[in-house]
Design a protein around this ligand. Structure first.
Ligand SMILES: *Cc1c(COP(=O)(O)O)cnc(C)c1O
Length: 229
């Protein structure tokens, strides 16, 4: 098993550096994206201090979550959420980043175990209007916030975006939208998360105010998709 401390420290340093450059006093959080990597790999990253992990593929994630029950991991679902997957997601995860329709949030709230803390949600926005992308339209966000913040077993945390590569302006557009919601809902205390930035673009994302970067490749190396998922 690889020693991941060096890779993780390097990413943490990049995050700190990006925050310094942007004169930020807060530090963006690191979500380790462990999709395609096995449970032992996650355990090794945990052993060097990482506590929050992001997964896209539900079957694969549920196996890992089960295998790693003995660890205090905060699991984030970062894939697109399909309607027929909400029950498993609500049962296994602490966070869901890919909510782009009200019905999905409603189902997650209904299906969240009432003995569990509320499920943390980010609304995914198609910030740069890519044809192929998931996410709601920017102009629909306020209406979604209005409804989602009333759901009993949901804690609405913020926005998630995945702009096209090298589209730095999109990060600033996301920041503007994030702030617009904060201004419209000053009492929405939980609105604190702007989930954006991956291995290739964490610097511009943090300069535009990302509070949480989702990093896979820079931590674990390249992914192998040869196995079926
Ligand atoms: C895979 C994935 C990431 C991580 O991407 P890297 O380029 O490997 O850092 C981040 N966010 C989402 C939504 C992903 O699917």
């Amino acid at each position: 098993m690889q020693d991941f401390s060096q890779a993780r420290n390097q990413v943490l340093q990049q995050i700190q550096h990006a925050c310094d450059l942007a004169h930020r006093t807060d530090v963006a959080k690191l979500l380790a994206v462990s999709k395609t990597h096995d449970a032992d790999t996650v355990r090794a990253m945990y052993d060097v201090g990482q506590r929050s992990f992001g997964e896209n593929y539900l079957q694969e994630a549920c196996h890992k979550i089960d295998e790693l029950k003995d660890l205090e991991i905060q699991w984030h679902f970062i894939g697109h959420v399909q309607r027929n997957k909400t029950k498993l997601i609500a049962a296994h995860f602490s966070w869901v980043h890919g909510v782009d329709r009200l019905i999905i949030a409603q189902r997650l709230s209904e299906q969240r175990g009432h003995e569990l803390p509320p499920l943390n949600i980010c609304i995914q926005v198609n910030i740069d209007a890519q044809d192929s992308k998931d996410g709601c339209a920017p102009e629909d966000v306020i209406a979604m916030v209005e409804k989602i913040q009333q759901l009993p077993h949901i804690q609405l945390r913020g926005l998630m975006v995945i702009p096209a590569p090298n589209h730095t302006q999109a990060f600033f557009d996301a920041q503007a939208l994030f702030k617009k919601v904060a201004l419209a809902y000053p009492t929405l205390q939980s609105w604190d998360t702007l989930s954006m930035g991956m291995s290739g673009d964490l610097l511009p994302a943090i300069q535009a105010g990302s509070t949480l970067v989702r990093i896979g490749t820079a931590l674990f190396g390249a992914r192998d998709y040869s196995q079926d998922r």
